[in-house]
Design a protein around this ligand. Structure first.
Ligand code: PMP
Length: 393
């Protein structure tokens, strides 16, 4: 059998070009090669995020959680107020980080499979002081996508900053950072960005960067944008610089991965727009296959279903051993993550390079169908594959 296929919602399968960039010897952090790659990656981030010319991208060694923490500690400190728009597991993590920083947290909560609406966010903003609003663009625990554009429009009149966790969304879901008025948009390398885990990525608007100066309590040094800003400016200007050693091999791979995203074409679109459309088309096709297998989505309304992953209810009579049965067919999918529903659903990632590889998507659908059959659930594998192919066009 060919090697196992990684179809969890991150980390994901990476492209051959990114793999080659990762495999090379690590460059020095002051080498011309690394300086060029770092600068290219920062400029590409500004374009892919659709961020303003005065915004500042950051690339740090770390995971998505570090990017979340970096946003928290550079924007807020003890005694300030945050509103967390709650859509699942990672909203809780954000709230926990804010509370550790001494920030007073209020939540707008939605039932599992739902996301708070812009109107609910507006109502919460009107009911007390809020310095910053935190939203998860796609909650990986539920496969629910929040209406970031609508929420941003609701937040803007309040003057609060808007921070979006895009770990499971960047390059897979539409994002217009500047046009929508998002102040910090953060992500990690191991999902639709298309790299191995190891990089925390965030872009801060000029308004968000200015907030650092007004903090009465400094952030931890290794997360302080004041420490990192000169390094990032230097790399973009083509000069060597040092504060703490970057993950040099991964930064080289980042420049390659982001260039691949920008080089893509699909449905008449180019660049990141093509990547968004490809993810939407693949997600539709996968949902067609799931429907043919009798699998229902955890997101309660079609417009809430993310393009980067599917969270699927286990059908009656099928238990949480289904992912292991699918793994026995050579495809790794993930179990449930939301504590209260953990054993009742499972998750399949469909983001990054695999969205350009129909054969790998077919392998995934076939393995899920066979896993269900192993679990004693009769399914029409051929119909699911036909639905997938029809959706892929
Ligand atoms: N936010 C979201 C939406 C995520 O999916 C994840 C990771 N799955 C994180 C934050 C945390 O990222 P990491 O595991 O890379 O620290």
């Amino acid at each position: 059998m060919s090697r196992p296929l990684l179809m969890i919602p991150g980390p994901i399968e990476i492209s051959p070009a990114v793999q080659a960039a990762v495999d090379g010897p690590p460059p020095s952090h002051t080498s011309p090669e690394l300086i060029a790659a770092f600068g290219d990656a920062l400029r590409a981030m500004r374009r892919i995020w659709r961020a303003g010319a005065d915004s500042q991208p950051y690339v740090l060694a770390g995971s998505g959680s570090l990017a979340m923490e970096m946003a928290v500690v550079n924007l807020l400190c003890r005694g300030q107020h945050a509103l967390v728009v709650h859509s699942g597991f990672f909203s809780d993590r954000m709230a926990q980080m804010l509370e550790r920083r001494g920030v007073a947290v209020r939540r707008v909560v939605a039932a599992p499979g739902e996301a708070p609406t812009a109107a609910e966010v507006a109502a919460a903003l009107a009911s007390g002081p809020v310095d910053a609003v935190f939203v998860t663009h796609v909650d990986t625990s539920t496969g629910v996508r929040a209406d970031v554009e609508g929420i941003a429009a609701a937040v803007r009149p309040s003057g609060a900053l808007l921070v979006v966790d895009g770990v499971c969304a960047t390059a897979g879901e539409r994002l217009e950072m500047e046009a929508w008025g998002v102040d910090v948009y953060l992500t990690a390398s191991q999902k639709a960005v298309g790299l191995p885990p190891g990089l925390a990525l965030l872009v801060m608007s000029a308004r968000a960067s200015a907030r650092r100066g007004s903090l009465t309590e400094a952030p931890p040094l290794s997360l302080d944008v004041d420490a990192w800003l000169p390094v990032h400016r230097a790399y973009e200007e083509g000069r060597p610089s040092y504060f703490a050693t970057p993950a040099t091999g991964l930064v080289r791979a980042l420049a390659v991965g982001l260039a691949e995203i920008e080089a893509g074409r699909s449905d008449g679109a180019e660049g990141v727009e093509a990547a968004w459309r490809r993810h939407a088309r693949v997600a539709d096709a996968m949902r067609g296959a799931w429907a043919a297998l009798g699998l229902g989505l955890l997101p309660r309304r079609p417009e809430l279903a993310a393009n980067t992953l599917s969270a699927l209810w286990l059908p009656d009579g099928v238990d949480a051993s289904l992912p292991a049965k699918i793994a026995a067919r050579g495809v790794y999918v993930a179990g449930g993550l939301l504590p209260e529903l953990r054993t009742r659903y499972f998750r399949v990632g469909h983001m990054g390079w695999v969205t350009t590889q129909p054969a790998l998507l077919e392998r995934t659908v076939a393995a899920v169908a066979d896993g269900l059959a192993d679990a004693g659930r009769p399914v029409d594998r051929a119909a699911a594959l036909a639905a997938l192919r029809a959706g892929l066009g």
